[in-house]
Ligand binder design. Structure first.
Ligand code: ADP
Ligand code: MG
Length: 637
C-alpha cells in the first residue's frame, strides 16, 4: 500500500455503504495500477480472501480475460465528466465465474486529478443468466426452422417469427394491416374450423395438415400444431402455433402415388385387356345375333339391351383405367364398397394365378359412404396384389367387408363416436417376420427385389387411408398368412350405381347333334355360346370352372364329343382340364377360347399337344365353323 500517498483525500469506503454488513461489494482502488486501497467484508467474502490481504493487489487480475479490454476501455471514461460509470463483467470469485455489476465513481483531488475509484458492486449472475436464457430463447424462436405464430386466445396474431415471413411472404405488420385470420387459413370447411376452435378453447392441442396460400398466391402445405399457453392462474393467455412446411413432402407423396398407379396399371393391363375382350365378344355376339333376325322381331330389343349394358360396362372399365393414370386428390363420392369388391374380384379372377382362390364375405347392410372411389380401389388392389405375391404356391385370398363402431376399435385411436367401414384382406400366404412387419409401410421397403417389387404399394395404401381419416392395422404370422384391416369413416352419401347385365339369344351355326362340354366362367359368354350351340342342335353342358369341368368329364367317363375350354378360371384353370383329358381321353378334341394369350401359355399348350385356340373376342360364325371342323376331323379315322 506504500505506493499510494496518504495525501489523497479519499472518502473511506465505510462512508459509502454500511461497510461491515453490506451485501454489496465495495472496493476503493487506484485507477492506473488497479491496486486495491480498501475493500469491505462482502468483497473479501465474495473473492475468498480476508480484507487486509487485498490491499496493494491488482484486483483486475480476477477479471475474465475476455472482458479485460472492455473493462479497460470503460475505465478510461472515469477521467471525464460525469466521472461515473457502470459496467458489468465476469469475475473469478470464490464461487467461480460470476457476473458483477459495478457502479464506479472517480475520486479526484483538489486539482481535479484522478486519484482513486470507489466501486460498489452487486452479483448479477442470476439476472444475467436469465437475460442470456431469454435472449437465446428469443433467438431460437426467431430463427427456428419452423414457423412460429403467437396469437391471443381469440386468434389475433401477436407475433410471427422470421421463418413464418419467409414461408408465407407476410410480415407481422402486413398481417395486422390486412387482418389475415392466421388460424382460420387452410381449414377445409367452416365446420372443420369450428371443431378446431372448440378443441383449442377447451384447452386441447390440435394438429393437422393444412393447405394455405402464400402472399404470391402459391399453395403451401403445412403440418400445423396449435397448443394453448396458460398463465399461473391456469387461464389461456396465448395460442402457440407451430407450422412446418411440408409442401415438398406432399409433392413426393403425390409422385409416389402416381408411380404406384403406373405399376398397378402395368400389373393389371393384361386383366383389363381381357375384360375388354369379353365385353367386345358380347357386343359382337349380340350384334351378329341381331343381324340374323327378321326386321321387327321382338328379340331385337333384348339384344340391343345386352349390347347397351356391355357398353356401359366398357365405360366403367375405361373410367377405372383412367383413375390409374389421372393425378387425383381425395375426391369424395359415394362408394359402394361391396360392388367395388365384386368388380375387383372379377378382374382378379382373370389375372391372378388359378391356384389362388378368391373368397368374398360381404356385409350387405353397408350403405354407400363418402370416399374417393379411385383411391379406395387402389387400396384394395395393392393389398390384394400383395396377398397374391405372398401365396406363390396358391392359397385363399379373402376380401371381407363389415361395419364396426369407433368404440370397438378405440385402441387404434379412432374417433369413438364415428362408425367405420371395416375392410379385411386376408391371405394364407407366407406371412411376415417382425423385422419386415415393422417396416412395410416405409416407401421403397420391399422384400421382392428380384421380382420387381417397388416397395410403394403399402406406402400408398397408408397415405390414402390416412387422407380418409381412417386407420390400417394388420395381423401376420410367418408361414400362416396375413390379415390387413382397413377402417374408413362411414360417412353417409347418396347411392350411386350402374347396371350391368346381359341377355342371351340364338344365332345359326353349322348344325350338329354332338355333345359339347362348355367350360367358361364368364356367364355372359357362356350364355351366348350356350344358346348358339343349342340353337344349332348341339347338346350342351356348361361348367363354370376347371373343377366342375373335370367332374363332368369323369361323370361321363370322357364321352364328350368336344370340350370348349376357357383357360383363366377360378379354383382350377383350363390347363389342368387339358392335362386330365390328354392323360385319359386323348381322343376328345379341345377348343380353347381365351382372351389372355401369351408366350408362356402358348408353350405350355404346345407341350400338351393342344393347338386349337380361338382368341377372344371372336366371331360367332367363325367359332361355329372351327368347332364343326374339329368335330368332323375327329370322325375321320
Ligand atoms: P412391394 O409389394 O413392391 O414389395 P409393398 O409396399 O406393397 O411393396 O409391400 C412391402 C413389403 O411388405 C413386401 O415386400 C412384403 O415383404 C411385405 N408384405 C406386404 N403385404 C404382405 C402380405 N400380404 N404377406 C406377406 N408380406 C407382405
Ligand atoms: Mg406391393
Amino acid at each position: 500500500m506504500n505506493s499510494v500517498p496518504h495525501t489523497i483525500p479519499l472518502t473511506p469506503v465505510s462512508e459509502l455503504v454500511s461497510w461491515a454488513d453490506s451485501l454489496e461489494l465495495a472496493v476503493l482502488y487506484e485507477p492506473r495500477s488497479n491496486r486495491v486501497l480498501e475493500v469491505n467484508r462482502a468483497f473479501a467474502r465474495k473473492f475468498g480472501q480476508p480484507g487486509p490481504t487485498w490491499v496493494g493487489h491488482d484486483f483486475s487480475a480476477l477479471l475474465h480475460p475476455e472482458d479485460m479490454r472492455d473493462w479497460t476501455e470503460a475505465g478510461a471514461r472515469l477521467a471525464r465528466p460525469p466521472f461515473h460509470i457502470s459496467r458489468d463483467h465476469r469475475w473469478q470469485t470464490a464461487q467461480g465465474w460470476r457476473w458483477i455489476a459495478w457502479e464506479e465513481t472517480a475520486v479526484r483531488d483538489a486539482e481535479g486529478e484522478l486519484r482513486g475509484v470507489r466501486s460498489i458492486g452487486r452479483d448479477v449472475t442470476k439476472h444475467r443468466l436469465a437475460e442470456e436464457h431469454f435472449r437465446k430463447l428469443a433467438q431460437a424462436v426467431e430463427q427456428a426452422p419452423v414457423s412460429i405464430v403467437l396469437t391471443t386466445p381469440g386468434g389475433t396474431p401477436q407475433y410471427v417469427n422470421s421463418r413464418f415471413s419467409e414461408v408465407t411472404g407476410y410480415t407481422l405488420e402486413e398481417i395486422f394491416e390486412r387482418q389475415i385470420p392466421l388460424l382460420r387459413e387452410g381449414h377445409p370447411s367452416e365446420a372443420a374450423y369450428r371443431h378446431f376452435c372448440t378443441l383449442v378453447a377447451s384447452g386441447h392441442k390440435w394438429s393437422g395438415e393444412l393447405c394455405s396460400r402464400r402472399k404470391d398466391g402459391s399453395e403451401v402445405w403445412e403440418l400445423v400444431q396449435v397448443s394453448p399457453i396458460r398463465n399461473q392462474l391456469d387461464e389461456i393467455t396465448y395460442l402457440l402455433c407451430l407450422r412446418e412446411d411440408i409442401t415438398e413432402r406432399k409433392g413426393l407423396e403425390d409422385r409416389l402415388r402416381q408411380a404406384q398407379k403406373m405399376e398397378s396399371l402395368g400389373t393389371l393391363a393384361g386383366g383389363i385387356a381381357h375384360d375388354f375382350n369379353n365385353i367386345i365378344s358380347i357386343i359382337r355376339g349380340f350384334t351378329e345375333l341381331s343381324r340374323e333376325l327378321p326386321p321387327g322381331d321382338a328379340r331385337l330389343d333384348r339384344y340391343l339391351g345386352a349390347v347397351h349394358s356391355a357398353a356401359l360396362r366398357a365405360t366403367s372399365l375405361v373410367s377405372q383405367i383412367l383413375s390409374f393414370s389421372r393425378k387425383s386428390e381425395v375426391a369424395y363420392r359415394a362408394v359402394q364398397i361391396n360392388t367395388m369388391v365384386d368388380e375387383l374380384t372379377e378382374m382378379f379372377q382373370e389375372t391372378f394365378p388359378r391356384d389362388v382362390e378368391l373368397r368374398r364375405e360381404l356385409d350387405d347392410s353397408i350403405e354407400a359412404f363418402a370416399a374417393d372411389p379411385d383411391q379406395i380401389r387402389q387400396v384394395l388392389l395393392n393389398l390384394c396384389v400383395n396377398a397374391r405375391d405372398a401365396m406363390p404356391t396358391g392359397g385363399t385370398l379373402t376380401i371381407a367387408t363389415g361395419r364396426i363402431t369407433g368404440q370397438e376399435i378405440a385402441a387404434l385411436k379412432v374417433d369413438p363416436t364415428q362408425d367405420y367401414v371395416h375392410i379385411r384382406v386376408a391371405d394364407t400366404g407366407i406371412g411376415m417376420v417382425q423385422e419386415v412387419r415393422t417396416r412395410i409401410f416405409e416407401p421403397f421397403f420391399t422384400t421382392k427385389q428380384e421380382h420387381g417389387g417397388t416397395g410403394l404399394g403399402l406406402a400408398v395404401v397408408y397415405g390414402i387411408v390416412a387422407n380418409h381419416q381412417g386407420v390400417i392395422d394388420l395381423e401376420s404370422t410367418p408361414g400362416e398368412g396375413t390379415i390387413f384391416h382397413v377402417y374408413l369413416p362411414l360417412k353417409a352419401r347418396a347411392e350411386e350405381r350402374f347396371a350391368v347385365g346381359v341377355h342371351p339369344g340364338p344365332i345359326q351355326l353349322p348344325p350338329g347333334k354332338e355333345s359339347v362340354l362348355l367350360v367358361e366362367d364368364e356367364s355372359s359368354i357362356q350364355d351366348i355360346l350356350g344358346s348358339v350351340l343349342k340353337n344349332a342342335g348341339y347338346q350342351v353342358k356348361a361348367a363354370l370352372d376347371g373343377a366342375e369341368a373335370i367332374e363332368a368329364i369323369l361323370a361321363a367317363k370322357g364321352h364328350w364329343d368336344i370340350v370348349v375350354l376357357d383357360l383363366n378360371m377360378p379354383r382350377l384353370g383350363g390347363m389342368e382340364v387339358i392335362k386330365v383329358l390328354r392323360e385319359r381321353w386323348p381322343q376328345v378334341p379341345v377348343l380353347i377360347i381365351t382372351g389372355n394369350m401369351n408366350a408362356t401359355i402358348k408353350d405350355e399348350l404346345k407341350a400338351l399337344g393342344q393347338d386349337h385356340v380361338m382368341e377372344k373376342p371372336f366371331d360367332l360364325s367363325e367359332f361355329g365353323r372351327v368347332l364343326r371342323s374339329l368335330l368332323d376331323a375327329r370322325s375321320v379315322p
